[in-house]
Structures are given as C-alpha cells and as structure tokens.
Design a protein around this ligand. Structure first.
Ligand SMILES: Cc1cc2nc3c(=O)[nH]c(=O)nc-3n(C[C@H](O)[C@H](O)[C@H](O)COP(=O)(O)OP(=O)(O)OC[C@H]3O[C@@H](n4cnc5c(N)ncnc54)[C@H](O)[C@@H]3O)c2cc1C
Length: 339
C-alpha cells in the first residue's frame, strides 16, 4: 500500500499528530510525507527521522501561508500523478478543509476524525466516535484514494531516529487561488490542547472561594472575575508542574474567566490526554464529550454527587482551593521541579 501523509504545520511548527499519521502509514506499507511551504529543510529532515520513506516537497513562497484552494490543487495534482491508495492527515481545522477540497478534486470521500484504521483485504475500515462519543462507527470509503483525517493522540507516535535523513523530491505546485493572505492578527494566546499529554481544567468552581477578599471597589462581576483569576492561577501552577496545558469548561469561558481556546467539550476541543484533572467542574454531558477518552481522569469537586466522579478513576471531594495547591506542592517534591 502506498500512503501520502500530509504534514500539517504553521511556519514550520508541526502539528505532532502528523507524525502519528506517518506511523499509521508505515504500518500499511510505504509512507510519503507531503510537505508544502518554503524553506523547510529542517522539517524535511524531521519527516525522515519519523520514518518517511520519501518526502514530496512543494517548495514555493506562494505556499508559505495556508490557502485552501492552492493547497488542495497542489495536493490533488500530486495524488493524480502518483496514485496513492490512501492519503492521511492529522485532524486540524486546516486539514478538515483541505481534505474535503482535495476529496472533491479527486472525486472520492473523506473519513473524518478517525480513531482506529485497519486494512481488511484491500478495504480500509475506519472507526470514529459519533453521537458525542457514545457510539463508535465503522466506515469505509468506496472512492480512491481513501482520504482520512486522524484524531490527535489516538495513534502511537513513532520513535524519532536522529540518524535518519534524505533528500526531498521536489514536486510541482498549482497555485490556483483567488485569495492571498495579507497578514495575521493574533486574537488570543493559542493553546494546543489536542496534543497535550496532561490537561488540568477549571470550571465555574474556580471562582468560588468566599474566603478570598477581592480588592476594594470591585462590583460583583469584577469580584467574581478576580476570584476566578486566583483559581485559574492555581490550576495553571498545577498544569505547569506536570508539564501540561490548562483547559476549561464552557461555564468558565462564558463567565469570561479564560479564553475560548481553552474550552473542552462539545462546542470546544475534544481531547485525549494521558491525564485529565477536572477542578470545580460538575461533569455535564457536553463537557464529558470532550474529555471522556482521556486515559486517566481525576476530579476535584466539593459535591460528592457531581456527575464528573462517574467519569473519574480518582476523585477528591473537597475545596479545590485547598486541594490543588497541595497537589502542586506534592508533585513539585515528587518530580523535583519548580512550577
Ligand atoms: C449546546 C451546548 C453546548 C455546550 N458545550 C459545552 C462545552 O463544549 N464544554 C462545556 O464544558 N460545557 C458545555 N456546555 C455547558 C454544559 O451544559 C455545562 O453548563 C457546563 O459544562 C458547566 O460548567 P461547570 O461544570 O464549570 O459549571 P457548573 O455546572 O456550575 O459546576 C461547577 C462545579 O464546581 C463545583 N465547585 C464549586 N466550588 C468549588 C470549590 N471551591 N472546590 C471544588 N469544587 C467546587 C460545584 O460543586 C460544581 O459541581 C454546553 C451546553 C450546551 C447547551
């Protein structure tokens, strides 16, 4: 089997799930890493280190910024000439669009957000969660090539071998685009929850510490935000000592405690960390949808009947303002680290 793996990156910074996709491709046969952009020698080397048999490089300054039309035209032209059996992408906002447009160009279909992929005869069988993760659906794509986007952290990342290298094969670009990127404005600090191995999340409970006295002169909403800031500081310190990222419930985001990019759940990110610590989160179904595939869930909540405890392997019933800093201190000692 011949597989293309699209290496998704922003200015050379790779979505690590691209390497997981490369590992999947290798398990079926040969893996060609497909890289678009300009000045990407380091990325080419890394693709060989993660096991690519070849690197197909569309090196063109017109591809420096992602634009769906130009990228899809280049990829579909490449696939038409080299006829892979399978094209894999890591699931990201960009690749959902790119995979769909490429599939239209190639007159095939896309299997989106796949969590398992097997080959039976000459048929790829994809598994993906549906109905908020309550069912696992098995799907096949009758078109050729089969196109699939793979959920981050659902597949093992291959070991990186720094001794490997190789030369990229330059491929033709098709800059068929009516749009150009004029510049960027960073709207808010972006957090990459999809690739985090540890996530410590805060909910509405992070603002609930009546014993904290806010500075004088704040109205009720400002005092709530001030308390939430103190709570999220504790959540952030625990995440930092564990080398993890900070997540949040929608109530915390809607309350203005933390930006939307941290939201976990049905209308936020779906995450699959090794460890998920939920602090002051009740465990509404819309939140569980986003984190129920975490390998280990720990919940800290004042309410012993909070539904989050049904999802948790370990639960601590108590005040997060006492428990979170105690955990941070204990981990600092255990790991010999400073937060
Ligand atoms: C269409 C739709 C989409 C949605 N999408 C999402 C989504 O993507 N993500 C999401 O999270 N929600 C989502 N929601 C909202 C969801 O239904 C819940 O309202 C939300 O998850 C509740 O957030 P919470 O658990 O932080 O708040 P709450 O439900 O208010 O829970 C707060 C918890 O904190 C505990 N607590 C309070 N003080 C402390 C303390 N000091 N120490 C320890 N524990 C404490 C309380 O016991 C309580 O269990 C969605 C809802 C709808 C309708």
């Amino acid at each position: 089997m011949k597989t293309f793996v699209y290496i998704d990156h922003f200015k050379g910074e790779v979505q690590p799930a691209s390497w997981e996709a490369l590992g999947v491709a290798k398990s079926f046969g040969s893996a060609s890493a497909v890289i678009f952009g300009s000045g990407l020698d380091a990325l080419t080397k890394t693709a060989f280190e993660f096991g690519a048999d070849e690197v197909l490089l569309a090196d063109d300054s017109a591809l420096t910024d992602y634009r769906a039309e130009a990228f899809a035209s280049t990829l579909s032209a490449l696939a038409s000439s080299r006829t892979p059996d399978l094209i894999l992408f890591p699931t990201t906002a960009r690749t959902r669009e790119l995979a769909a447009m490429t599939a239209i160009d190639l007159n095939t279909g896309v299997l989106v957000d796949v969590t398992a992929l097997s080959l039976e005869g000459d048929k790829f069988i994809a598994t993906r969660p549906i109905y908020e993760g309550k069912l696992l659906e098995k799907t096949v794509c009758s078109g050729k090539p089969v196109i699939a986007t793979l959920r981050a952290r659902a597949f093992p990342r291959p070991a990186q071998d720094a001794s490997k290298s190789g030369g990229a094969t330059k491929v033709e670009t098709k800059i068929n685009s009516l749009t150009t990127v004029e510049g960027y404005t960073v709207a808010e600090a972006v957090v990459n929850l999809g690739d985090a191995g540890v996530i410590v999340s805060g909910g509405r409970g992070v603002s609930n510490n009546p014993s904290l006295t806010p500075p004088a002169g704040l109205d009720e909403k400002q005092a709530e935000l001030w308390r939430a800031q103190q709570g999220f500081k504790l959540v952030g310190e625990l995440a930092s000592v564990l080398g993890g990222a900070v997540g949040a419930s929608r109530a915390a985001v809607d309350g203005g405690y933390i930006p939307y990019s941290h939201q976990v759940g049905q209308t936020g990110k779906v995450v699959t960390p090794d460890l998920y610590i939920a602090c002051g989160i009740s465990g509404a179904i819309q939140h569980l949808v986003g984190m129920r595939n975490a390998k280990l869930v720990v919940a800290i909540n004042k309410d012993a009947d909070a539904p989050i405890f049904k999802q948790a392997r370990y639960g601590v019933v108590g005040d997060l303002f006492a428990i979170v800093p105690a955990l941070t201190e204990a981990f600092k000692k255990k790991l010999g680290k400073q937060a």
